[in-house]
Design a protein around this ligand. Structure first.
Ligand code: NAD
Ligand code: APR
Length: 234
């Protein structure tokens, strides 16, 4: 596939489902157990910071107890072996892509294992709880918050993501419902740029009709198969 050089992969909660991490909108998902307005908006944090800190403290602890699954491992193999351009844009705040060995990863919604200081605006690798209002390692302010992008806040590294889409030959979306923008709009942006598009998802999503090809099935099966196909060893 000579003309296929640069790839952008978008991942969502579905790629981590087989690692045991709840998705957001599937049956029993996070948004059935918690109100988005309470735990995923700046207004919710303003109203009850302790509730929000406890919500993310629990997710930060839980994520460190699960392991990457074959889908994360297949993308890490692609990262190692693909000689062209590759950017893994994840909406997920877990670190399973990195723990599987991927390095070309962008977390557009932030990261659970990171704390943001709203005073000095520095971000710090963080594995423990924030409920006890620990001091910022840089400015000592006791106002660290989860380094997660909430509804209404600007996602991270959008310039880098759009630059990668503009030079991409293939856009692959894995495990996302296509419900939240701007990520949900990447496939139509890619189509307008003449980029080939592929969806790998458990079921058809809100954006399936935009893709040249859409395959349904668990990421743990579909992603290794697709990477085998791509690397020509399948
Ligand atoms: P948006 O308007 O792009 O979100 C639209 C979708 O988000 C809706 O279709 C729905 O699926 C969901 N949504 C929004 N508000 C909701 C609510 N009150 N209850 C249930 N579902 C709701 O959202 P936005 O304000 O433009 O958000 C911008 C960015 O915020 C998103 O693109 C994302 O980067 C970020 N975000 C992060 C988290 C998180 O927990 N990491 C949660 C939500 C949004
Ligand atoms: N393999 C592949 N896909 C799966 C699997 C699986 N094992 N399990 C679930 N899925 C699919 C579901 O079919 C669904 O389409 O993953 C998708 C999960 O969708 P959501 O729960 O909406 O998660 P996501 O798309 O990542 O949500 C986007 O919304 O609340 C915000 O910031 C939050 O990043 C999140 C964003």
């Amino acid at each position: 596939m000579a003309e296929l050089r640069n790839i952008v992969v978008l991942t969502g909660a579905g790629i981590s489902a087989e690692s045991g991490i709840d998705t957001f909108r599937d049956a029993g998902g996070l948004w059935e157990k918690h109100r988005v307005e309470d735990v995923a908006t700046p207004q919710g944090y303003e109203r009850d910071p302790a509730l929000v800190q406890r919500f993310y403290d629990a997710r930060r602890e839980a994520v460190q107890k699960v392991a990457p699954n074959p889908a994360h491992e297949a993308l890490a193999r692609l990262d190692r072996e693909w000689e062209g351009g590759l950017l893994i844009v994840t909406q997920n705040v877990d670190d399973l892509h990195e723990r599987a060995g991927a390095s070309r990863v962008v977390h557009m919604h932030g990261e659970l294992l990171s704390a943001l200081c709203p005073i000095c605006e520095r971000r710090h690798h963080w594995t423990g709880p924030l409920i006890d209002r620990p001091e910022c390692p840089s400015c000592e302010a006791r106002s660290l918050r989860p380094d997660v992008v909430w509804f209404g806040e600007m996602p991270y590294q959008m310039d880098r993501i759009y630059a990668a889409l503009r030079s991409a030959h293939l856009f692959v979306s894995i495990g996302t419902s296509g419900a939240v923008y701007p990520a949900a709009g990447f496939v139509s942006d890619a189509r307008e740029l003449g980029v080939k598009t592929l969806e790998l998802n458990l079921e058809r999503s809100e954006g399936s009709h935009w893709f040249h090809e859409s395959r349904q099935g668990p990421a743990g099966k579909l992603v290794p198969e697709w990477v085998e196909e791509l690397l020509g060893t399948g």
